[in-house]
Design a protein around this ligand. Structure first.
Ligand code: DGL
Length: 282
C-alpha cells in the first residue's frame, strides 16, 4: 500500500481481534473512554489464530491493521494476545515506518505484564493462553524483563477459543476441556497463587475457571488492565489523543457473515449488535 493512500485526519480507535474475544477488551475500554469513536474488526472468517504459524498470524494481522488504517484509525489496539505475541513487534518495527510512522499499534501483553508483577505473593504465576501465545514465550520473556524472580507456568488451551467461537462454552464438553487444562496447570506448580487469562476470549470462562481454583488463588482478566493502560497512554500522548475522534460511536466489522457475528457478539456484550461485513481482498 502506498503511504499517501492513508488519510491523515483524526479517526476512530481501531480494536482488532481474530474473532469475538476483543469485544471483552472493547467493552472495558468504552467504560473508561466512552466519548471516543471505535471500529471493532473481528477476523471471524479466519479465526482461530491460536494454532497458526507466526507467518500466517503476522500476515492476517497486518492485513486487518492496514484496513483499519485505511478506514482512518490513527491508533489500533491488537485486542488479541496471539496477534500481540506473534505480529505486534514486526508491525511496529517493520511496517509502521513504511505505512505511516505517526500511527501507533498497541498490544495487550505489555500492559498485562506491567500490572501482574505485584499481584502474586508467591511469585508463581500461571498463564492460560492459546498454543500460539504459549509457544511464543512472550509472557515469560516480558515478565522477566520487568519483574525479578517471578516464575511463569504456561498452559496452552487449544480447544477453548473454538468452543467459545462456536458458542459451546457452556456445554459439558467444554467443562471437560476447561477442567483438564486448569488442573494440568495447577498440578505443574503447587505454588501458583495468580492465574492470568492470557487470551481475550477467556473472560467468558472466568466463572468456570474460578470454580476450579483452590481458595487463595486469584484470577486476572485483561480488560480493565488494558483499558486503564490506554487511558494512561492517551494522557501521556496528547498528540495521539488529538488524532482520535470523540463522538461516542462504535462500528463492528467482521470478515464473516453479519448474522453470525451479531448473534455471537451479543453473547459477549449482552446487547444487540449490528455488524457490517468487510472483505479484506477488496
Ligand atoms: N482472542 C485471541 C487471543 O487473545 C484468540 C486467539 C485465537 O484466535 O485463537 O489470543
Amino acid at each position: 500500500m502506498k503511504q499517501e493512500a492513508l488519510p491523515s485526519s483524526p479517526g476512530p480507535i481501531g480494536i482488532f481481534d481474530s474473532g469475538y474475544g476483543g469485544l471483552t477488551i472493547l467493552e472495558k475500554i468504552r467504560t473508561e473512554l466512552p466519548g471516543y469513536d471505535y471500529i471493532y474488526l473481528g477476523d471471524n472468517a479466519r479465526t482461530p489464530y491460536g494454532t497458526r504459524s507466526f507467518e500466517v498470524v503476522y500476515k492476517f494481522t497486518l492485513e486487518c491493521v492496514t484496513r483499519l488504517f485505511e478506514m482512518g484509525c490513527q491508533l489500533v489496539v491488537l485486542a488479541c494476545n496471539t496477534a500481540s505475541a506473534k505480529a505486534l513487534r514486526s508491525i511496529q518495527q517493520r511496517d509502521l515506518p513504511l505505512l505511516d510512522p505517526n500511527r501507533r499499534v498497541l498490544g495487550v501483553i505489555r500492559p498485562t505484564v506491567e500490572a501482574v508483577g505485584t499481584m502474586s505473593q508467591t511469585k508463581h504465576i500461571g498463564l492460560l493462553a492459546t498454543l500460539g501465545t504459549v509457544q511464543s514465550n512472550s509472557y515469560p520473556l516480558e515478565i522477566d524483563k520487568l519483574h525479578e524472580g517471578i516464575s511463569v507456568i504456561s498452559e496452552a488451551c487449544p480447544m477453548w477459543v473454538p468452543l467459545i467461537e462456536n458458542n459451546e462454552h457452556n456445554s459439558e464438553g467444554a467443562d471437560y476441556f476447561i477442567r483438564k487444562n486448569v488442573e494440568h496447570l495447577l498440578a505443574a506448580d503447587g505454588l501458583i497463587d495468580t492465574v492470568m487469562l492470557g487470551c481475550t476470549h477467556y473472560p467468558l470462562l472466568a466463572d468456570k475457571i474460578k470454580s476450579l481454583l483452590p481458595e487463595g488463588v486469584s484470577i486476572v482478566s485483561q480488560g480493565e488492565i488494558v483499558a486503564k493502560s490506554l487511558v494512561d497512554y492517551l494522557q501521556r500522548h496528547p498528540d495521539m489523543d488529538n488524532r482520535c475522534t470523540k463522538n461516542g460511536s462504535v462500528r463492528y466489522l467482521t470478515t464473516e457473515s453479519v448474522e453470525k457475528f451479531a448473534s455471537s457478539a451479543s453473547i459477549f456484550l449482552n446487547q444487540v449488535i449490528q455488524a457490517e461485513h468487510i472483505d479484506l481482498d477488496k
